[in-house]
Design a protein around this ligand. Structure first.
Ligand SMILES: Cc1cc2nc3c(=O)[nH]c(=O)nc-3n(C[C@H](O)[C@H](O)[C@H](O)COP(=O)(O)O)c2cc1C
Length: 507
């Protein structure tokens, strides 16, 4: 069995070990000019077509005996170099693919955007230089860091990440508030950005302390050249009461402040929602009734993490203390998608434009938000971790996906997944979908058997010679725990059998 049999398992693992260096030494060391770093990055960000296309027709790595990329690899200083040569070979086995020119532009709140990818309001869009760099790399717009009439006084440190196994950012916690620049500095950044990048879209995120301030800030941002106003009703860790998520949890305040912002502008207004609430539809409806054009969701989730068991301090550790702060990054994506889905399934909100965010790292994550009804997506945590450069694979990957699936434009997939999320009592309960085992791929590790016994229905036993699972269909309920735990994807969905036929067919 060659390594291509397990390519879809090996590649992510090998690629996941890459440090994704800036100015990568591996690429510099290659005498043939192979940009291994960008190939690995494309694989990491689920753009396999882009990865294969970046490789030369004849792969020099195959006959390269010296392998200077491996000697240069900084991972070698930790334990062993990333297997760059093998990754290149596996990437090239995908073959060159034509990236079609599917149209990535999309209307959002009546504004044409060159693509759906925006930076979300946070540290990643805090000043002119940062946003200019991002725009040049291909981001279509920015929700600028939240601006207020006051300057927030921040703590140090203010960030921490949750690591588990080999994943460095399962989730990310921050206790940062809003802009550290003065109102006039922020207005200056916005004016210059609009002047220098007229086709890019600027969302000005604002936070007032009372109705007059919401009106004033909306007016000022409009005059400075913003295209859209975003009302921050959702920061979960403001030092003062009555701001951020305190507002977003209270539909009456949301309505009052949206109305006040509407007094100050004729631009589209987005109400940015907090996930620290059971039912997001209530504040969202209040915002729309009070004059919001669309919804942005989600802001970060209130969290406590990383309790140090020596000092009993939790992160981010500010001289032994921390506070409840906002959780973001890949861990929150399913929660974000659930809120988007519930708003898009609500009769009063289904036609309201939504900008979705929460854990988007790749074009695939973004496409999931779009398939659940978002015409626009925003990103912070993954830019903090990997840099603005992730846009390259997002654009290429989305374009390739759309083209290869026969969609001419992004709008073609907006809301496509919504009909498939239905109430629990409408799901089919009359049949069982059995697992199918690909014996030639099975390693015989027995993980499926173990999980089925200890966490399932004792329907598998392990063949003593091969280690392969043997199914007792009479006990199997089709829960698919075995499918999810198999480390090499050797178990998949098999036959679906009506429950009333089971004894005769599956015994
Ligand atoms: C460090 C940091 C600072 C943030 N600052 C703001 C902010 O000023 N205004 C705001 O509306 N949201 C802010 N957010 C929330 C993000 O815009 C976004 O809603 C959230 O992080 C989820 O997206 P992500 O998983 O891509 O990070 C911040 C998030 C982080 C991580």
């Amino acid at each position: 069995m060659n390594d291509l049999t397990y390519r879809e398992v090996r590649l992510p693992e090998d690629v996941g070990g890459c440090l994704l260096c800036n100015n990568a030494p591996c690429a510099k060391a290659c005498p043939y000019g192979v940009e291994a770093d960008t190939v690995i990055r494309s694989l990491r960000f689920e753009n396999t077509a882009g990865a294969a296309n970046r490789l030369p027709d004849t792969l020099p790595c195959v006959s390269c005996a010296a392998k200077p990329c491996l000697s240069a690899c900084l991972k070698g200083k930790i334990n062993r170099p990333v297997p760059i040569d093998e990754i290149m070979r596996m990437a090239s086995s995908y073959g060159k693919q034509t990236i079609t020119h599917a149209d990535l532009s999309i209307d959002f709140c009546g504004i044409r955007c060159e693509n759906p990818f925006f930076l979300s309001s946070s540290v990643v869009g805090s000043n002119y230089e940062m946003v200019a760099k991002a725009f040049k790399l291909g981001w279509a717009g920015v929700a600028f860091k939240t601006v207020a009439t006051f300057v927030s006084n921040e703590v140090s440190p203010r960030f921490d990440a949750l690591r588990k196994e080999s994943v460095p950012f399962i989730g990310f916690k921050n206790i940062e508030q809003i802009s550290e620049h003065t109102l006039s500095e922020n207005l200056g950044y916005l004016r210059c950005l609009k002047k220098d990048f007229p086709s890019k879209i600027i969302i000005a995120s604002i936070m007032g302390q009372n109705e007059d301030e919401w009106t004033l800030l909306a007016e000022m941002m409009t005059t400075a050249g913003a295209d859209i106003i975003e009302c921050n009703f959702s920061c979960p860790h403001m030092a003062a009461n009555g701001l951020g998520s305190d507002v977003g949890q209270n539909p009456d305040l949301v309505a009052a402040y949206t109305k006040a912002a509407r007094k100050g502008t004729t631009l589209p207004i987005l109400a940015k929602m907090t996930p620290n609430i059971g039912n997001m539809e209530l504040p969202a409806i209040a915002a729309v009734c009070a004059g919001a054009t669309g919804i942005a969701a989600i802001n970060t989730i209130k969290s406590v993490m990383n309790v140090n068991l020596d000092s009993f301090a939790s992160g981010p550790d500010v001289m032994g203390k921390t506070s409840v702060g906002g959780y973001s990054g890949k861990a929150v994506k399913p929660i974000a998608l659930r809120f988007i889905q519930s708003m898009k399934s609500c009769a009063q909100l289904k036609d309201i434009p939504v900008s979705g965010m929460g854990g988007i790292e790749t074009w695939r994550d973004a496409a999931e938000f779009i398939a659940l009804g978002c015409e626009n997506v925003q990103v912070t945590t993954s830019v903090m971790q990997y840099g603005y450069r992730i846009i390259e694979d997002m654009l290429e990957g989305l374009r390739h996906y759309l083209g290869s699936h026969g969609f001419g434009s992004v709008s073609g997939i907006v809301g496509k997944a919504l009909p498939n999320i239905i109430p629990a009592d409408n799901l089919d309960r009359s049949s069982i979908c059995y697992p199918r085992f690909a014996q030639q791929q099975c390693l015989g590790c027995g993980r499926c058997t173990l999980s089925c016994y200890d966490g399932g229905h004792q329907a598998l036993r392990q063949d003593e010679k091969t280690g392969h699972p043997i199914l007792n269909a009479k006990k199997c309920v089709g829960c698919h725990l075995c499918v999810t735990v198999c480390p090499v994807s050797a178990i998949s969905s098999g036959a679906r059998v009506p429950k009333d036929k089971i004894t005769s067919q599956a015994g």
